[in-house]
Design a protein around this ligand. Structure first.
Ligand code: COA
Length: 260
């Protein structure tokens, strides 16, 4: 599949994924969702990619939401299908084996914020606006926002954002824990790359299993989640990666991970 609305660039071990419909503020239509989905399938399978940064084309928007011209035509059945399609994409991103960072470079509204919520870490530009405005369109968030936002920032803050529908600015997003940091627009990508490259220095299998422990554990009771952690700890203890990481420390050198 040749992507038209998604640009994939490589910078060392980083994959930079840019949603590219700037004339529509990068709104997610069916084609863009399908291209993003295919992008993450190929990135997950590519051992040369250590971490991913998702951003939006242009200076105004990360992603201004699901494409309202598509949503406007939906009925009961395709409404549910639209939701399921967006949920499948956000689940694929959440389950990606590599760390995924969102560089929120402007409006992240509706499906755009839901896309960012599926990423592991969010950094925002100082001019970003983040929100779930669906109720002002007479719908509800449908790409995971009603579930991921309260789990990230707590139900009080999430319910105010979801029920009020007004976006919050980057500083407020930082205050409530929705983003991990705020940077000037021209510094945002460099900062994201700096953090992503620090992650890429770590053991690739360890990154994947640590992410799995957090992601899957969040859906379990504490005893089950601790069992999962111990199981994954056992698995990582059987790897050459662990031997290399420990040996490198003891030999006072940098570890040499198996990356292509
Ligand atoms: N779906 C479809 N098209 C969208 C869109 C969306 N979610 N968000 C923006 N666009 C389009 C606009 O229709 C416009 O297209 P046009 O030039 O062909 O008319 C273009 O992107 C630029 O947007 P515009 O509204 O002119 O920019 P603005 O700076 O005046 O306002 C926003 C920016 C983000 C405040 C405004 O575009 C907006 O409210 N968008 C919808 C956000 C939303 O409700 N998202 C959740 C959807 S579930």
């Amino acid at each position: 599949m040749t992507a038209e609305n998604v640009i994939i660039e490589r910078d060392g071990h980083l994959a930079i994924v840019t949603v590219n419909r700037p004339s529509k503020l990068n709104a997610l239509d069916d084609q863009t969702i399908a291209e993003l989905d295919a992008t993450f399938v190929s990135i997950d399978a590519d051992d040369g990619v250590g971490a991913v940064i998702v951003t939006g084309a242009g200076e105004k928007a990360f992603v201004a939401g699901a494409d309202i011209s598509v949503l406007a035509k939906q009925g009961v059945l395709d409404g549910k299908e639209n939701s399921r399609r967006g949920q499948a994409l956000t689940l694929r991103i959440e389950n990606c084996k590599k760390p995924v960072l969102a560089a929120v470079n402007g409006f992240a509204l509706g499906g755009g914020l839901e896309l960012a919520l599926a990423c592991d870490v969010r950094f925002a530009s100082s001019n970003a606006k983040l929100g779930l405005p669906e109720v002002s369109l007479g719908i509800i968030p449908g790409y995971g926002g009603t579930q991921r936002l309260p789990r990230l920032v707590g139900s009080g803050v999430a319910l105010q954002m979801i029920l009020q529908g007004d976006p919050i600015d980057a500083q407020e997003a930082l205050r409530v824990g929705l983003v991990n940091g705020v940077f000037e627009p021209d510094e945002l990508m460099a900062k994201c790359k700096e953090v992503a490259n620090r992650m890429v220095m770590r053991g690739p299998t360890a990154l994947s299993l640590a992410k799995q422990a957090v992601r899957r554990g969040a859906q379990m009771s504490m005893p089950d989640a601790l069992t999962l952690e111990a199981d994954l700890f056992g698995i990582i203890s059987s790897t050459d990666e662990m031997k290399e990481g420990m040996a490198a420390f003891l030999e006072k050198r940098k570890p040499s991970w198996l990356r292509k």
